[in-house]
Design a protein around this ligand. Structure first.
Ligand code: ADP
Ligand code: MG
Length: 510
């Protein structure tokens, strides 16, 4: 039964069920987009100026919550209650973020454990999921304001390198915001859709999508053939982006002007003000040779050549990742037909020229690098809604999945860069006479020993009938669905004893 809704503004009858919105939930900025009259558009603020919603949440003393530009203004005046870059904390444990506390103006409570991080705001503790949900709610409200009716369904993008816990956390944030998240899509995959390269009159082509944002770097190698996108490989760094460039500028000024680093780290207001100045300088230097300003009455400046020296090592790191992605795809650089630039940081001329030199061809940068991911998410949403039947999307899993075998070895069942959804299985047996139980521990990662990989979960196949060692036939099946959620099933084939778990994340959603 479909509900019918009428858009009061335009007087059009719309089937409410048909609309699915596309959301780019970014580390730095988030956007919402949808298909309007057959074309993907990002929804701008009320003033019609910007589609970007800074991914920042502020908690006021009176208990109010601000999101976006209004929250950004509080970074200086009220840093302890202003939360930014929360995406970097999604699905992470305290141990994962140890040593990074100084980069956050707010309080990450630190109990040095494997449990998931919480952020302290006044007397309350918030999970990154709850904070992301606030950003998603703001986007949902913006969308509803634009359409004049409620929306319930969304596609949300994540970096290609997000693991299961991070993807699941993103999905949960959507649910908390009142959105049914139909699909989690890799950002580079969405970007490639936004560029509409599938609509061009060409045979097979190979595309590299280079996405350098505020907090993450992703490189994806895609193959496009007869309107079908296939991801050949991905690589990247979840801790590399424009934020690092800003920090490098601050460190440079600290040396140059002989500031006392301790004063800076103790004065949160000052360090936030500096952060904004550094970003202002960086952005200006994408278009000018020199930048001047002042901070607390003292002049500060930066020129493009010095800036380029500061960030060159970061740019080189991204190129190293590009090389690895090419290796994984078993491609030579000459075999890449197009290079697509995504993310605000790709506006930097040095980044463009370095990437262009690496791939030995001009880069595609004509679309707004801020919007492409959200636009692609909207197109993917439209595909899911059944409006674009000719497009088919294949995603891949960025990390290998396997189980622990004798001696703590990782036995890979689904190799990295496998297309998903996928299913794979293998037969095992027992090592002891009369063995009744078999423990199955599931890991994700590329190292030979499971202790170096990430444990996703474990379960015990119980009630194997007593048999001599090596006689039972235990089949272990991995099913990875389109969102990257894994179901592991173990079955003893002689007795049909069976057990399965669904691995949604490492933080214990049952
Ligand atoms: P994310 O995907 O991490 O949310 P975005 O793609 O929105 O990030 O990019 C945000 C980053 O882009 C920020 O670090 C911002 O400073 C940077 N950025 C935006 N405009 C420019 C510019 N003109 N020159 C250099 N960097 C820029
Ligand atoms: Mg982005």
């Amino acid at each position: 039964m479909a509900r019918i809704a009428i858009n009061i503004k335009e007087g059009k009858v719309v089937k409410e069920e048909d609309l699915i919105i596309g959301i780019d939930l970014g580390t730095t900025n988030s956007l919402v987009a949808y298909i309007k009259d057959g074309k993907a558009v990002a929804v701008k603020d009320k003033a019609g100026k910007s589609a970007l919603v800074p991914s920042i949440v502020h908690f006021s003393a009176a208990g109010g919550i601000l999101v976006g530009d209004a929250a950004r203004e509080k970074l200086i005046t009220d840093p302890a209650n202003t939360i930014y870059s929360v995406k970097r904390l999604m699905g992470k444990s305290y141990r994962d973020v140890a040593g990074l506390e100084q980069y956050f103006g707010y309080k990450i409570i630190d109990d040095d454990t494997e449990s998931l991080v919480k952020i302290r705001v006044k007397d309350r503790f918030y999970s990154p999921i709850e904070l992301s949900a606030e950003i998603l709610k703001a986007l949902k409200i913006r969308m509803e304001g634009e359409l004049g009716r409620p929306v319930h369904r969304a596609v949300i993008t994540v970096p290609a390198y997000f693991n299961d816990a991070q993807r699941q956390a993103t999905r949960d944030a959507g649910r908390l915001a009142g959105l049914d998240v139909l699909r989690i899509v890799n950002e580079p995959t969405a970007a490639s859709l936004a560029y509409g390269l599938d609509k061009e009159n060409q045979d097979a082509q190979t595309i590299a999508v280079y996405d350098l944002g505020g907090g993450t770097f992703d490189i994806s190698i895609l193959n496009l053939h007869e309107g079908i996108f296939e991801v050949l490989s991905t690589n990247g760094d979840t801790f590399l982006g424009g934020d690092d460039f800003d920090r490098a500028i601050i460190d440079y000024w600290t040396r140059e002007y002989q500031w006392n680093p301790d004063t800076l780290s103790q004065n949160k207001e000052l360090s936030q003000a500096l952060r904004l100045k550094a970003e202002e300088a960086k952005k200006a230097l994408s278009f000018e040779e020199r930048w001047h300003s002042s901070l607390n009455g003292s002049p500060i400046s930066l020129d493009r050549a010095s800036f380029e020296e500061l960030v060159r090592p970061f740019v080189q790191k991204t190129l190293d990742c590009c090389g690895k992605a090419l290796n994984d795809a078993k491609l030579k650089v000459e075999q890449i037909d197009r290079v697509v630039m995504v993310g605000g940081t790709t506006r930097i001329p040095l980044v463009k020229s370095a990437v262009s030199a690496f791939f030995r061809k001009p880069v595609y940068d004509q679309l707004d690098p801020d919007e492409v991911v959200a636009l692609g998410a909207a197109i993917q949403a439209d595909v899911l809604a059944g409006n674009q039947k000719e497009v088919l999307l294949l995603d891949i899993t960025p990390l290998s999945l396997g189980i622990e075998t004798m001696g703590g070895l990782m036995d890979v069942i689904i190799p990295r860069n496998s297309k998903i959804p996928t299913r794979a299985g293998r037969q095992y047996t027992t090592s002891v006479d009369g063995q009744r139980n078999l423990k199955i521990a599931v890991y994700q990662g590329e190292r030979d020993l499971v202790e170096h990989n990430r444990k996703l979960g474990e379960f015990i196949l119980k009630g194997i009938p007593p048999m001599p060692a090596a006689l039972p036939k235990i089949e272990i099946q991995f099913l990875l669905n389109a969102d990257g959620i894994l179901v592991v099933r173990a079955k003893e084939l002689r007795s049909n004893v069976e057990q399965e778990i669904e691995i949604r994340s490492s933080y214990g959603l049952s």
